[in-house]
Design a protein around this ligand. Structure first.
Ligand code: ARG
Length: 273
């Protein structure tokens, strides 16, 4: 199975999550503090209070979004290699990765639920729900985000945020970065990714490249009008011309997300264990 995957990745020139250094050893690179996300700029958690940092043994692993006091939405590929939630925590309310800020809150994860149709081969249905061990207390730095219901039209401007690497193969950013990109319709995006791209995916990029999410941004939010439109998923390299960033399309997995979250709350949600 993994040999087939590697072959497909090689043929299509796709950097698959298996080959992703962040997942190989669960450690992030030593910070170089060279500042910029791929083409983005510094922002603060006050602008994006739904953004969280998922940490494994204290190391930033992925992004994610707050959707309720004890529920986070992230990417399936961020958690599918984990055998346990031990050592996994969610940090909300902080602009910086390597500083404990006054409004920061950190909670352990009680369980994660991966989309039943998630496929490691091409990261189809790359969505996961994380149930927290406790509740975030909302404040101006920690707020939930709603799910978008519709896929926007080609070229719509959207924003993606995260602490991911600021260059392909580079270091993660200490300060939360924001970058504005435009939706690339799937017919167009297929030119870059062919059969790897499915209707559950959504692409975004800027003409000529230079702006994109990158390693460590995975699971994080792609947002339109304060609604969660996408989950950072994959791409060939980062910010390359003609190789858009690919996101799990929230409108396409929303029914599952809402149904699962509803189920969790019926069972007394989180206190059913
Ligand atoms: N898989 C990466 C991660 O785990 C995200 C890659 C996004 N790549 C891109 N070019 N937008 O962090």
């Amino acid at each position: 199975m993994s040999r087939i995957l590697v072959a497909i990745c090689l043929v299509l020139g796709v950097s698959c999550s298996l080959a992703d250094p962040l997942y190989r050893n669960d450690e992030v690179q030593v910070p170089k503090l060279d500042g910029r996300i791929v083409g983005g700029k510094d922002t603060t958690i006050l602008q994006y209070p739904y953004q969280i940092s998922m940490r494994l043994r204290g190391n930033h692993r992925c992004g994610g979004s707050v959707v309720a006091t004890n529920i986070i939405v992230s990417a399936a590929h961020c958690v599918n290699t984990l055998t346990t939630v031990a050592n996994l925590t969610i940090v909300a309310g902080s602009t910086q990765i390597w500083a404990v800020e006054p409004k920061q809150q950190e909670l352990a994860v009680r369980e994660f639920i991966i989309h039943p149709n998630y496929r490691t081969l091409n990261n189809d249905y790359d969505a996961a729900i994380l149930v927290l061990d406790g509740d975030f207390e909302f404040n101006d730095s920690i707020q939930p985000i709603k799910f978008a219901t519709e896929r926007p039209e080609h070229d719509t401007e959207v924003v993606v945020t995260g602490w991911g690497t600021t260059t392909e193969g580079g270091s993660i950013s200490n300060i939360l970065q924001e970058v504005f990109v435009n939706v690339v319709e799937n017919d167009e995006c297929k030119k870059a990714y062919s059969i790897m791209l499915t209707s559950r995916m959504l692409c975004a990029a800027v003409t000529g490249g230079g702006k994109d999410a990158c390693q460590g941004d995975s699971g994080g939010p792609l947002v339109l009008n304060n609604e969660l439109l996408g989950i950072v998923s994959w791409g060939t390299g980062c910010a390359r011309d003609g190789k858009p960033g690919v996101y799990c399309s929230v409108p396409n997995v929303r029914d599952w997300l809402e149904q699962k979250i509803e189920e969790l709350s019926v069972v007394g949600q989180i206190d059913f264990l």
